[in-house]
Write a protein that binds this ligand. Structure first.
Ligand code: TMP
Ligand code: ASP
Length: 238
């Protein structure tokens, strides 16, 4: 970025800069963390790869009439976004057992769920993102009932769109995490954050090879190659 912009926020994977009062620029980092910052590292080219993948997927969602914060990709590592107030909930959408769900119920990873499952976590590094119920969300005033119903509706529609997008390139969308926000300009509820191999479980349809951040979390090696494979299969470049 040529012009020096004011840094508004630095997260684990992105830095947010002020552009105008209603728009921000997000810059993707190569830093990787897992287990709430307990494990730290860096993945070569991750920022550029995740920016390309997330920009592409958000464009698809915009075209499918899912309201999102995404305006456009600006350069290798940056995007122009509508400024939002993030609702402090992580929405986990699951098609198959994996990760914390497999652990909780002792069910083998890769076992299909009978229906898409939505779970919520409180977005709080200090508390370790605890799982919460819809009653917790409403009681704590994290959002209101209309917003929560819309979050569920959008999450299921997003799941349908992303599942078929990944299926068409030979990838099984096992699960993923979404975040929503309220747009500063329009007061509208919009999808925010990113959708990338950092925030999804993506398994090769034929071999079940993991093409996502579990390779980093579980020390499986070939992390950059896995992220690159998703990029290449989507026909994108950095
Ligand atoms: P989990 O099995 O660890 O609960 O994760 C479910 C999905 O959500 C998985 O695709 C990883 C993603 N996720 C994030 O992107 N960020 C997070 O902080 C957590 C807990 C999960
Ligand atoms: N993103 C979270 C962290 O950095 C958790 C994860 O993705 O595993 O701790």
């Amino acid at each position: 970025m040529a012009v020096k912009l004011k840094k508004l926020y630095e997260g684990k994977a992105k830095i947010i800069y002020a552009k105008t009062s209603k728009e921000v620029i997000a810059t993707y980092k190569n830093d990787a963390t897992a287990f709430n910052n307990l494990k730290k590292g860096s993945i070569k080219n991750k920022g550029a790869i995740n920016n390309a993948i997330s920009s592409y997927l958000f464009q698809i969602l915009n075209h499918c009439d899912i309201p999102t914060h995404f305006i456009k990709k600006i350069d290798k590592k940056s995007q122009l976004l509508k400024k939002v107030d993030i609702i402090p909930i992580e929405v986990l959408v699951r098609n198959f057992f994996a990760g914390s769900l497999s652990k909780k119920f002792g069910v083998k990873e890769g076992t299909q769920l009978s229906d898409t499952l939505i779970e919520y976590c409180l977005k709080s590094d200090e508390l370790g993102d605890p799982h919460i119920s819809s009653e917790h969300i409403l009681n704590l005033g994290l959002c209101d009932l209309n917003e929560l119903e819309l979050i569920d509706e959008y999450s299921l529609r997003i799941n349908d769109i992303l599942r078929s997008t990944f299926y068409s390139i030979g990838i099984n969308l096992v699960d993923f995490k979404l975040e929503f926000g309220i747009c500063k300009k329009t007061d509208e509820l919009v999808l925010a954050d990113e959708i990338s191999p950092d925030t999804c479980r993506l398994w090769d349809l034929k071999t079940n090879k993991k093409l996502d951040k579990d390779r980093f979390r579980r020390d499986l090696g070939n992390i950059e190659e896995a992220y690159e494979e998703v990029l290449n299969r989507l026909n994108l470049t950095i």
